[in-house]
Design a protein around this ligand. Structure first.
Ligand code: HAM
Length: 508
C-alpha cells in the first residue's frame, strides 16, 4: 500500500482562507475604485516571463535576480536534462530533431554544445567506461539548452514595460496608466510579512518621449506626475483606514550625477572599510549605494557621516526633487526626506519613495516605488518615462488586522431553518429570492430540529434565522428570529423582504 503522505504548503507560501479572504477582496476592490478615479486601467501580465527580462530590467547583480528568483529551463515535454548516469543513446538524435522543429533553441551556443557532446559521446561509448568520462559526458549533455530560461515573476514593473512595448502602447494617448494585482515570487527567508509567494498591488505610468524632445525637459510635469502617483497610494491607504502611515522620499539622481556620487561614496567607504561588516565591505565594490540601506547596528554611526546624495544632485535632478516636494505640499501629502532611501532594484532614477505602516515589525515597508525613465528603452522600446509603485498586499492586510481595521463581516444574513417537505420548497424559493437580492443565505441541505438549526445559525454568525415549519406554511406567517437579541416576530413573506430590505446585505 502506498505510504500515507501528508502534504503541506511549501515553505514561504500559504493558503488564504475565509473569512480573511473577504478582507483581501475588499482591499483589492478599494484599489480598483481609487485607482479608477485617477484614470488607471487594469493589466494582467503573465506570471512567468523570460528570466532575461528581469535580469535586464531589475539588474543581474541585485539580490532579487541573483539570489531570489525561481528560474527554470522550459524544455519541451519530449525531452529533459539527462540523469547523471543516464542513457545517452538517442539523446542527441531527439535533441537534433527538436531543434529542427524549433522546439529546442537553435543558438550558436547550443550548436557548439551539441557538437562537443557528440564528439565526446562517440569516443566515450567506444572506449571509455570510467566514471570520470561518464561525468564529462553528463556535463556536455547538460550544457545543451533544451528550452528558454523562464522565471516566476519577482515583480511586475518589467512585465508592464514589456507589455507596453509588445502592444505598441506608445501609440495610445500618453501617458498610459496601468495597475495590477497578483502574486510575485522571491526565494527569501520567510518571516512575518515576508513570504516566497506574496501579493502586490502596483501601478505604473508610462509616457513615450516624443522624438527630438530632450528627456530632461518637462521637469515640472514629471514632478507633478510623481506627486500624483504618490498622492494616489496615500488616498488608497486613507480610504482603507491604514494606521501609522509614513511616507519617505528621496532622489537618487540620474545617469549624469549618480555615477559621480557613487564614486565619492566608494572613496569614503574605502576609508572606513575595516569598520564595516562583510556584506557592506563587498558592496563597496558591487553597489556602494546599498551600504546606505544597511540595518546593521554597528554601521549606523558610520553611515550617518557619509556624503548625502541630495547634496550631489545635478541641476535637473535637484530641480525635479524640489518640485516633487512642492507638489506633494500642494496636494496635502505629508512626507519625510530620507537620504538613505536607495531601493534594491537597478531601474530607478530621481524620485524614490517608501511607505511604512504600523504593526509590521522589521518588515514594515508596505509600499515601494519610484521613477524609472529609460527602462522601456533598455528593454528595446522607444525612449519612455516611467514612474510607479508596488504595495505589499500581505503586509497591508497584516497592518489592517493589527489595527482591527480588518473587521471581517459576519457570516450570513439569513439562516433558513426548515422542517418538513412543504417547508423545504418554500425555503428554497425564499433562499433564491434573498440571494438574488444580494443577501448571504445558508440553506441546510437536510431538515434539522429547530434547536440544532438555531445553534448552527449562531455558530455561522447569522443575523436572522428564518424558521419555516408546518405552522408557518399553513398560515403564511413566517417566524423570524433576530439572533443578536433573541427576539422573534411573525411576518408574511412580503413583510420579511421589506424588513430585510431596510438592512443592507453583509456583502455590500
Ligand atoms: P519592491 O520594493 O521590491 O518594489 O516591492 C514592493 C513591496 O512589495 C515591498 O515594499 C513589500 O511591501 C512587498 N514585498 C516585497 N518582497 C516581499 C516578500 N518577500 N514578502 C512580502 N512582501 C514583499 C517592487 O517590486 C517594484 N516593482 C515597485 C515599483 C513599481 N517600482 C516602480 N514601479
Amino acid at each position: 500500500m502506498a505510504e500515507k503522505k501528508k502534504f503541506q504548503a511549501i515553505k514561504g507560501t500559504r493558503d488564504l482562507l475565509p473569512p480573511e479572504t473577504e478582507l483581501w477582496n475588499r482591499v483589492e476592490q478599494t484599489a480598483r475604485e481609487v485607482f479608477g478615479t485617477f484614470g488607471f486601467g487594469e493589466i494582467r501580465p503573465p506570471i512567468f516571463e523570460p528570466t532575461e527580462l528581469f535580469a535586464r530590467a531589475v539588474g543581474a547583480d541585485t539580490d532579487v535576480v541573483s539570489k531570489e528568483m525561481y528560474s527554470f529551463e522550459d524544455h519541451p515535454p519530449e525531452i529533459a536534462k539527462p540523469r547523471l548516469m543516464g542513457d545517452y543513446d538517442g539523446y542527441v538524435l531527439v535533441v537534433n530533431n527538436l531543434m529542427a522543429s524549433g522546439a529546442v533553441p537553435k543558438t550558436k551556443e547550443n550548436l557548439r554544445a551539441i557538437a562537443q557532446f557528440e564528439i565526446f559521446w562517440r569516443v566515450f561509448s567506444e572506449s571509455h567506461t570510467d566514471v570520470d568520462s561518464l561525468l564529462k559526458a553528463a556535463y556536455y549533455a547538460r550544457e545543451i539548452q533544451l528550452g528558454p530560461e523562464v522565471a516566476l515573476r519577482p515583480e511586475a514593473t518589467a512585465s508592464v514595460c514589456r507589455a507596453y512595448i509588445e502592444h505598441g502602447m506608445h501609440a495610445l494617448p500618453q501617458p498610459v496608466k496601468l495597475y495590477y494585482t497578483g502574486p510575485m515570487f522571491r526565494r527569501e527567508r520567510p518571516q512575518k510579512g515576508r513570504y516566497r509567494q506574496f501579493y502586490q498591488i502596483g501601478a505604473e505610468v508610462l509616457e513615450m518621449v516624443p522624438p527630438n524632445q530632450d528627456p530632461a525637459k518637462n521637469i515640472g510635469k514629471d514632478a507633478a506626475v510623481d506627486a500624483e502617483v504618490i498622492e494616489m497610494v496615500m488616498a488608497f491607504f486613507a480610504r482603507l483606514g491604514l494606521e501609522g502611515v509614513k511616507l519617505e522620499i528621496n532622489s537618487i539622481g540620474d545617469r549624469e550625477c549618480r555615477p559621480k556620487y557613487v564614486e565619492l561614496l566608494r572613496a569614503e567607504l574605502l576609508k572606513v572599510k575595516d569598520k564595516l561588516g562583510p556584506d557592506s565591505q563587498r558592496r563597496i565594490e558591487t553597489n556602494p549605494l546599498r551600504v546606505l540601506d544597511s540595518k546593521l547596528e554597528s554601521e549606523q554611526g558610520i553611515i550617518a557621516g557619509l556624503p548625502k546624495i541630495a547634496d550631489h544632485l545635478c541641476a535637473n535632478c535637484a530641480e525635479q526633487y524640489a518640485e516633487v516636494k512642492r507638489q506633494l505640499g500642494m496636494r496635502g501629502v505629508a512626507y519625510a526626506e530620507n537620504s538613505r532611501l536607495v531601493r534594491g532594484l537597478d531601474y530607478y532614477m530621481r524620485t524614490t519613495f517608501e511607505i511604512t505602516a504600523r504593526g509590521l515589525g522589521s518588515q514594515n515597508a508596505v509600499c515601494g516605488g519610484g521613477r524609472y525613465d529609460g527602462l522601456v528603452e533598455l528593454l528595446g522600446g522607444p525612449p519612455t518615462k516611467g514612474i510607479g509603485f508596488a504595495i505589499g498586499e500581505d503586509r497591508l492586510i497584516l497592518s489592517l488586522q493589527e489595527a482591527e481595521k480588518g473587521g471581517t463581516a459576519q457570516g450570513r444574513d439569513v439562516f433558513v431553518a426548515w422542517m418538513g417537505e412543504k417547508a423545504q420548497a418554500t425555503a428554497i424559493a425564499a433562499a433564491q429570492k434573498l440571494r438574488a437580492a444580494g443577501f448571504r443565505v445558508e440553506l441546510p441541505p437536510v431538515e434539522q430540529k429547530f434547536g440544532k438549526a438555531l445553534g448552527q445559525a449562531d455558530k455561522l454568525g447569522a443575523r436572522y434565522a428564518l424558521i419555516l415549519g408546518d405552522d408557518e406554511i399553513a398560515t403564511g406567517q413566517w417566524t423570524v428570529k433576530t439572533l443578536a437579541d433573541g427576539s422573534q416576530a411573525k411576518m408574511s413573506e412580503a413583510e420579511f423582504l421589506e424588513f430585510l430590505g431596510k438592512s443592507k446585505p453583509l456583502s455590500s
